[in-house]
Design a protein around this ligand. Structure first.
Ligand code: ADP
Ligand code: GLC
Length: 470
């Protein structure tokens, strides 16, 4: 069986968030199960593409409305990854030094059309076309409706929703950019008066998955306008929990860490990483370290951080370190807080892969007060590195973190995203930290929890195999 994943991100090539981690790991684990799993993604002007060399395996032009664009399919000359990656290079549209921006409609349409045009030319076509998020949401529609892709009508396609908040809406004025199709079916593209690639994908994909069972249920009540569609399509929808790549996220071998450690040596190993963080960010290593890593957007509850942090820091019994970027107003408030709490608070506004790994290793608690969290990978990395997650009980967080008050509990969870509830959860963290015997035992216990991709990769394979093609 050959599976092709079509995605805007893939670690370590281009990463904005968890989508990259998933697409950079799932094919690797699927290949271990004896299938051929590959990725096709855009060719960006980024560090990875500058540092590697590529060969062209196919060249052609795509029509985008009444304009045409040259495109090439590239492959890596060396093979540093455990799966094959094909790059779609559309020099005039896609090759930018960013993944997402304001020009996404034309860029991702060009990417999707070029990818399918190339797949059309293959002698051995994929058995499964697996699309990820709205950037590839028009593919199920085009496979079903565009005349030129008729040969794919019997090829099953899957759409995985990593985040239904983002849907890729654009105006019907741009419908001419989509390769010709039976216009009687234009309604399949529409949701609420615009072309909605995520909605079109949900309507046309053979199966729809999302990245945790709880998020799948929640989507029928809250999906940024797509609730009724997801309820109507629920028979073909399922939730498959994300895993993590154990070979990348392993405190024993992680080359980003100041000091590697195992379950047996976590006390000294985590302390060495904490010491590095405290020295680098001028924090107090005698106090517990609470951290946040992620996008500073409302979904993550980050608009409440300035107030939450101020309340917590005033008690002078903890440190807070934040790594992230996002809404400029939140960024500037978080920067401004630095001068009020010198010695116990710091923030790195930006993206830094290495620092994120050291924080997972060196922090004592990881905060995730998300309003929406389809799966969340940060809490899984925290567990693997022996850092206690403090989460809002929703989506994948609900499926992966059990509160310490419950049987076999190991994390701290709260029900609502409010300043008092987040502060209260942090206070519970302080109480736990004061009981060092319990805290140290928990730290070892959580490192044993197995969230590697083995189980979930198999679940995807079972899903593909369950699809009847005639
Ligand atoms: P989302 O995809 O919604 O942003 P996830 O929890 O699924 O959330 O995944 C986020 C991924 O991005 C994790 O690998 C996390 O470590 C990483 N990440 C997020 N923000 C940053 C940042 N500022 N610097 C480094 N890594 C980050
Ligand atoms: C999205 C979600 C996140 C999930 C990730 C990978 O970005 O916001 O919760 O973990 O995709 O599936």
């Amino acid at each position: 069986m050959t599976i092709i994943h079509i995605s805007a991100e893939c670690y370590p090539i281009a990463k904005v968030g968890g989508l990259a981690d998933v697409v950079g790991a799932l094919p690797k684990y699927q290949n271990k199960e004896g299938v051929t799993s590959q990725v096709i993604m855009p060719f960006y002007n980024n560090t990875f593409t500058k540092e590697n060399s590529f060969s062209t395996i196919y060249e052609s032009k795509i029509d985008l409305g009444n304009q045409d664009f040259e495109f090439r399919i590239l492959v890596l000359n060396e093979k540093p990854l455990d799966f094959e990656v094909f790059f779609v290079d559309v020099p005039d549209l896609v090759f930018k030094d960013y993944v997402y921006s304001m020009d996404d409609t034309d860029r991702f349409l060009a990417f999707q059309i070029a990818a399918l045009d190339w797949l059309l030319t293959l002698d051995k076509k994929p058995d499964i076309i697996h699309c990820h998020d709205h950037h590839t949401g028009l593919i199920p529609f085009m496979l079903q409706e565009s005349y030129k892709y008729e040969v794919f009508r019997k090829t099953p396609n899957i759409l995985t929703i990593h985040n239904a908040q983002y849907q890729g809406w654009f105006s019907h004025e741009k419908v001419g950019l989509i390769p010709p199709f039976n216009f009687d079916h234009v309604g399949l593209l529409d949701w609420g008066g615009s072309i909605n690639p995520l909605a079109a994908g949900i309507k046309c994909a053979w199966r729809v998955t999302t990245v945790s069972p709880s998020y799948m249920n929640e989507l029928q009540q809250a999906a940024n306008g797509l609730e009724s569609l997801l309820s109507a399509e629920s028979a073909k929808c399922s939730g498959i929990l994300n895993g993590i790549d154990w070979s990348v996220w392993n405190p024993e071998t992680d080359t980003y860490l100041e000091k590697n450690y195992s379950i047996e040596t976590v006390a000294s190993g985590a302390a060495a990483n904490k010491k590095y963080l405290c020295e680098t960010f001028n924090l107090d290593s005698n106090k517990p370290l609470f951290a946040f890593i992620g996008r500073l957007v409302d979904e993550k509850g980050s608009d409440l951080f300035p107030e939450v942090f101020k309340n917590a820091l005033q008690k002078n019994n903890l440190n807070i370190l934040l790594l992230g970027s996002g809404v400029p107003f939140v960024e500037s408030q978080l920067e401004a807080l630095k001068k009020d709490f010198v010695g116990t608070y710091n923030a790195f506004i930006g993206y830094n892969e290495k620092l994120s790994h050291i924080i997972y290793a060196g922090a004592d608690f990881l905060l995730m007060p998300s309003r929406v969290e389809p799966c969340g990978l940060n809490q899984l990395y925290a567990l693997r590195y022996g850092t206690i997650p403090i989460v809002r009980s929703i989506g994948g967080l609900k499926d992966t973190v059990i509160d310490i008050s419950e049987e076999n509990g190991f994390g701290i969870s709260h029900l609502n995203v409010t300043v008092p509830e987040i502060n209260d959860a942090m206070d519970r963290g302080i109480v736990l930290y004061q009981d060092q015997t319990k805290y140290k035992k928990l730290r070892k216990d959580i490192m044993k929890i197995d969230h590697s991709w083995d189980v979930s990769a198999q679940e995807y394979l079972n899903l593909y195999k369950s699809i009847k093609t005639d």
